[in-house]
Design a protein around this ligand. Structure first.
Ligand code: F6P
Length: 367
């Protein structure tokens, strides 16, 4: 075995997520056992490499000690600097997208890195796949509160988001009951209903609206009315930000300059209006949880999953198993190819047991 010091570059990209720091610490701790590996981090996704001056830091034990309990990412992140479509603002204010992937690969090489670990969601893993095809030795780690990556049974951050949403839901139940109100709580999740569905089951919602099952507002009104006898009653609704009525569209606005995603959000208010228009007599209040779901300390489960992912990613690097993404499958930490990792979006399946069980618990999806 050569004693040459090797260097791995760690990157966190896309939206932040509780557990990112636990992955970084897992990588650093596993690498330290090898003696000949140094761990470095690029600040703000690949911008740390692409920008001049570059911003790359050595992840010493001092930097990573105890960070697994901390939310966010010590490496910072962005969802507006995809190296394949790098947004460059023109003098007239328009945005031109440049493919900077060759430049990125060349810069990472000239910095002397032997490997890269890219921690991110589906967008980030698509970038990993292209960089791997261009010859970069890269390993992916799946991250998202949305749980929308199909190649892993679960992503870290998801459990924390569900816990935060459930805590908020529990609080809304008591006030709904006191005032005989309909409480609508909007949660994140993009085009998938995982956070909403888990929160609805955990909290005991009467109604759960998810992107995979468009809702009929008249059916919702009937369901609400059935809960109000002699003017008394209350209803708690969880709605995913990507939900929509059968004859409508999602509530979204354009993202900021350079962002590839539309910004979802606001369905709670639209739903309240739709319910009133359809004859709902009860008082309605809306709560949009927003980025609270992504902040703060990861749950114990997410710390464990993230730590295991970090250790596994470093082991793949040590064994030169590149072009892979670590994954949780059947209670085992394993890996899939980056191709498989990015093949399918992880929608909630309408005929899944989770949906059947939710219906069994009396939860209405408005269908
Ligand atoms: O993908 C994670 C997520 O929090 C989604 O649930 C949400 O739609 C989006 O990111 C919000 O993105 P931003 O942080 O750019 O507002």
């Amino acid at each position: 075995m050569s004693n040459r010091i090797k260097k791995v570059l760690v990157v966190t990209g896309g939206g932040d997520c509780p557990g990112l720091n636990a992955v970084i610490r897992g990588i650093a701790k596993r690498a330290r056992k090898e003696k000949n590996w140094e761990v470095w981090g690029s600040i703000e996704a690949f911008n740390g490499v692409l920008n001049e001056p570059q911003h790359i830091i050595r992840l010493t034990s001092h930097k990573t000690a105890g960070i697994h309990v901390k939310g966010g990412t010590i490496l910072k992140t962005t969802n507006k600097s995809n190296p394949l479509k790098y947004p460059v603002i023109q003098p007239d204010g328009t945005v031109k997208e440049l493919d900077r992937s060759d430049e990125l690969v060349q810069k990472i090489r000239s910095l002397g890195f032997d490997a890269v670990i890219n921690i991110g969601g589906d967008g980030s893993q698509r970038i990993s796949r292209v960089l791997y095809q261009k010859g970069l030795p890269i390993v992916g780690v799946p991250k998202t509160i949305d749980n929308d990556l199909s190649a892993t049974d679960m992503t870290f951050g998801f459990q924390t988001a569900v816990q935060i949403a459930t805590d908020a839901f529990d609080k809304l139940v008591t006030t709904a009951e006191s005032h005989h109100r309909v409480m609508i709580m909007e949660v994140m999740g993009r085009d998938a209903g995982w956070i909403a569905l888990h929160t609805a089951i955990a909290g005991g919602a009467e109604i759960c609206l998810i992107p995979e099952i468009p809702y009929d507002v008249n059916k919702l009104v009937k369901r609400i009315e059935a809960r109000y006898t002699h003017g008394k009653g209350f209803v708690n609704i969880v709605v995913a930000e990507g939900a929509r009525p059968v004859d409508g569209t999602v509530v979204a606005r354009a993202g900021e300059k350079g962002s590839e995603h539309k910004r979802l959000g606001g369905i709670a208010f639209q739903l309240a209006q739709q319910l009133k228009d359809a004859g709902c007599k009860a008082e309605i209040r809306e709560t949009v949880l927003g980025h609270i779901q992504r902040g703060g300390t990861p749950t114990a489960f997410d710390r464990v999953l993230a730590s295991l992912f970090g250790v596994k990613a470093m082991e793949l690097v040590i064994h030169e198993e590149f072009g892979k993404m670590v994954a949780l499958k059947n209670n085992n930490i394993t890996y899939v190819s980056l191709e498989e990792a990015t093949r399918e979006y992880n929608f909630v399946q309408k005929d899944s047991y989770l949906i059947k069980a939710a219906r069994g618990l009396g939860i209405s999806f408005g269908d």
